[in-house]
Design a binder for this molecule. Structure first.
Ligand code: GLC
Length: 751
């Protein structure tokens, strides 16, 4: 407690009033915020709008100014509202004590961190988790991440990333939920529920952050940080829905994005931040900028200098400035010059203080600092069990001809080939928070728990040299020295498990590629092994869809395993040996050729869908239109039969669509029945297919289940050119099936 000079009673009362802990104990949060705001100076208000990076980790260009010393001074003066990349009870407590005891009002800091798919115990990358279509498992995974993050003093994660993307060249597809707004919305809600729980003030829940608002996933040519130029229909019907869905589910913060939208950088975009988010959607949390995205408005050619950045960003509704120092340096001046109305500052600060109150930080700034929890919860066995379940459910069986899988438990002479098979680091994926390097169970380790008949040969490295979150990688394009050993092993083996794909840091931020083929010499290795043994199970380990047409044509069995986190090897081994029947479905289309990208299932028909005998229709002369694997595709060790499609459109407002699904195979399996619609004629053209429902369930052999979906205006409507949600009458096609390309079809008239 600050040592007040008890000189005069009025000073004492003022002193008591200025200690935030004593302000109106039994008043509403809004009342407390207003009381606090009333006694804050302009500098202190601006301080709340300023976020600094911790003094040792950077997740963006390292700050050229603002050394640790200056940051400490600002912390003591209450000129910092939040820090990121500070973790660990000791570090958090040290900074919190500095601010709470040294600054005049003692307003606690909020500590943010990129807890994207786990904190210490890593779950599959989000694109992998999304392939599970299992909302409960995804929520549980986020819950585990929140428990671990909050146990080290953190109270805010910069997740979920809900950027829809159709472009696997963009490295950040690993971080999202794929190409579909309906699936992306449901998964976004599950992740927010997992992070924030039912009570965000609890010591084991954390505030979530919907990012990046908006359009970042549509970076042109898949190049990170590139221009975004999309039409109204795509903005409202594809990009916005996942953000709206989690704003409606009380996400506490939103992060804006690096890109421009309609020529205006998101951080300075009033249409996005004020008109849509804060007005139309009534978002009542706060907006954080992305790393230096305010400062980057100068490079965009939107701001003259940092002072202009402060003016533009504050007026546009960017509430907190991550690592630009624009607000802490210039916002006071531009307010005094009348360029930013103080009411906009007050609105931003109200939003920030509200979230801090909701997190319980004013009641107890050290609520998230408990050494005992930190030691007991980090890496807890229950967390590994949870991420193992998540990993198993995330695996997608792309192909299984000749039923090479599952392997018999007594399978003899199994060759395991590929550097990724022994790699304990790549499965952790990018955006790995506080993971311990090389802590993943490798595929080899997982398999060796099942069988002694395993022999390993590396074949070839994926990269040469070191790999970190921020350095450029060098792909191995020349070293084939391990080929012969691998070929010799394959020759003398009954089955070959070939683990190929991407290094864990080959996808993620700043990792855009023009090429989606198997990296380096891996395709050559695959073909050389195939020459001597065709009994190959190709296990893909990757952070994005890859173009593997040769493998699809030649290799009998292909398993998509993404980067599955700490329990990767155990999950893959349980699937390979049949202890878990794969149930994943692709959340993103796999192209045949990168030239098809962007490629997605919910495309528009165009005026020339073809095919016709002449060349004048929407197609390529050198590649098919169809993808290699469609959205929603995923096989099982059993087989599901869809029969008896029923459509009841008697009630115009609640159309019922049902189907019977039967397990006609020999083993129990989980299926994801998917419902798609097509609005045949509308005032704004509608996609040839739109996912509007799904259900994942398990069936024993010969067991049947009637699956029913309801279609209301919420599912049948769309946003028009003005951003108004409308529903029109007319003919709707429906399909219920096992993927976006396979199912029973019907139609109904909506009056
Ligand atoms: C990064 C990312 C953003 C992340 C932030 C803080 O540049 O764009 O997603 O949350 O900076 O690390």
């Amino acid at each position: 407690m600050k040592k007040y000079q008890f000189i005069l009673v009025p000073v004492l009362i003022l002193a008591l009033m200025t200690n935030v802990k004593l302000i109106g104990q039994n008043r509403t949060i809004e009342e407390k915020v207003d009381s606090l705001l009333a006694i804050m100076t302009l500098e202190e208000k601006i301080g709340q709008m300023n976020q600094y990076n911790g003094f040792w980790e950077v997740t963006g260009p390292a700050p050229e100014e603002g050394d640790a010393k200056q940051k400490y001074e600002h912390l003591k003066k209450g000129l910092v509202g939040s820090v990121l990349n500070v973790k660990g009870v000791d570090e958090v407590r040290k900074l919190q004590e500095l601010v709470v005891s040294e600054s005049r009002l003692g307003i606690p800091l909020i500590f943010g961190y990129d807890v994207i798919h786990g904190h210490r115990t890593m779950a599959p990358i989000p694109l992998g988790e999304s392939a599970s279509w299992d909302l409960k498992a995804i929520e549980k995974s986020a819950r585990v991440a929140a428990i671990e993050a909050s146990s080290v003093g953190l109270n805010w994660t910069f997740a979920p990333m809900v950027d829809i993307s159709r472009d696997a060249r963009w490295g950040r597809v690993m971080e999202g939920a794929g190409e579909d707004p309906f699936l992306g919305s449901k998964i976004g809600i599950a992740r927010v529920k997992g992070f924030q729980g039912d009570d965000v003030s609890a010591y084991n829940t954390i505030a979530a952050c919907a990012k990046h608002f908006a359009g970042y996933g549509f970076s042109e040519s898949g190049k990170d940080y590139n221009t975004v130029d999309v039409g109204t229909s795509t903005l409202y019907n594809i990009i916005f829905p996942p953000f709206k869905a989690i704003v409606d589910h009380d996400v506490k913060t939103v992060m804006n994005s690096f890109n421009i939208l309609n020529g205006i950088p998101a951080t300075g975009n009033s249409f996005l931040q004020r008109d849509v988010l804060k007005e139309k959607w009534a978002f009542d949390g706060f907006i954080i900028s992305d790393w230096g995205s305010g400062f980057e408005m100068i490079a965009h050619g939107f701001a003259k200098d940092l002072k202009h950045v402060a003016e533009l960003a504050a007026n546009a509704g960017s509430d907190m400035d991550m690592e630009s120092s624009a607000y802490v340096k210039h916002l006071k001046t531009v307010v005094e010059e009348g360029k930013v109305d103080i009411r906009k500052i007050d609105d931003a600060v109200r939003r920030i203080l509200k979230v801090k109150y909701e997190l319980g930080l004013f009641d107890d700034p050290y609520r998230y600092c408990n050494e005992k929890r930190e030691s007991e919860l980090i890496g807890h066995k229950d967390h590994h069990d949870a991420v193992l379940e998540m990993a198993k459910k995330s695996i997608v069986l792309l192909k299984n001809e000749g039923q090479l899988l599952p392997l018999a438990k007594n399978q003899k002479r199994i060759a395991v080939i590929g550097a990724l098979a022994a790699d304990k680091n790549s499965p952790l994926g990018s955006w790995r928070a506080d993971a311990i390097e090389n802590s993943a169970i490798s595929v080899l380790e997982g398999l060796e728990k099942y069988s002694k008949n395993i022999t390993y040969a590396k074949g070839a490295d994926v990269i040469t040299g070191s790999a970190t979150f921020i350095n450029e990688l060098t792909i191995n394009k020349t070293d084939r020295s391990g080929f012969q050993e691998a070929i010799t092993l394959a020759k003398t083996s009954e089955k070959v498990i070939l683990v190929l794909g991407e290094h864990g840091f080959q996808s993620g931020e700043g990792r855009s590629q023009v090429n989606l083929d198997l990296p380096g010499v891996q395709q050559e290795l695959l073909e050389e092994i195939y020459k001597v043994n065709q009994n190959i199970v190709l296990v893909l380990m990757n952070g994005r869809p890859l173009t593997i047409p040769w493998a699809e044509e030649h290799i009998p069995t292909i398993l998509e395993t993404w980067h599955l986190g700490n329990q990767s090897g155990n999950a893959i081994a349980q699937v390979l040996f049949g202890d878990y029947n794969p149930s994943g479905k692709l959340p993103m289309t796999f192209p045949r050729n990168v030239g098809q990208v962007p490629i997605y299932y919910n495309y528009f028909n165009t005026g020339r869908p073809g095919p016709i005998d002449l060349v004048f229709w929407a197609h390529y002369t050198d590649e098919k239109n169809d993808p290699l694997y469609p959205f929603g595709h995923g096989l099982s060790y059993t087989e599901f039969e869809y029969t008896n499609l029923q459509i009841d459109a008697s009630d115009n407002n609640v159309i019922k669509v049902g189907v019977t699904v039967k397990n006609i195979g020999k083993v129990t399996g989980e299926e994801v029945a998917q419902l798609y619609i097509r609005d045949k004629v509308a005032s704004v053209v509608r996609p040839v297919k739109e996912l509007k429902g799904f259900e994942k369930f398990s069936l024993e052999p010969n067991e049947s289940k009637h699956v029913e979906f309801t279609l209301t205006s919420k599912e049948l409507g769309f946003y028009d050119q003005e951003g108004n949600f409308i529903v029109e009458s007319g003919t709707f096609d429906v399909m219920i099936g096992t993927s976006s390309q396979k199912g029973l079809t019907g139609s109904f008239e909506r009056q």
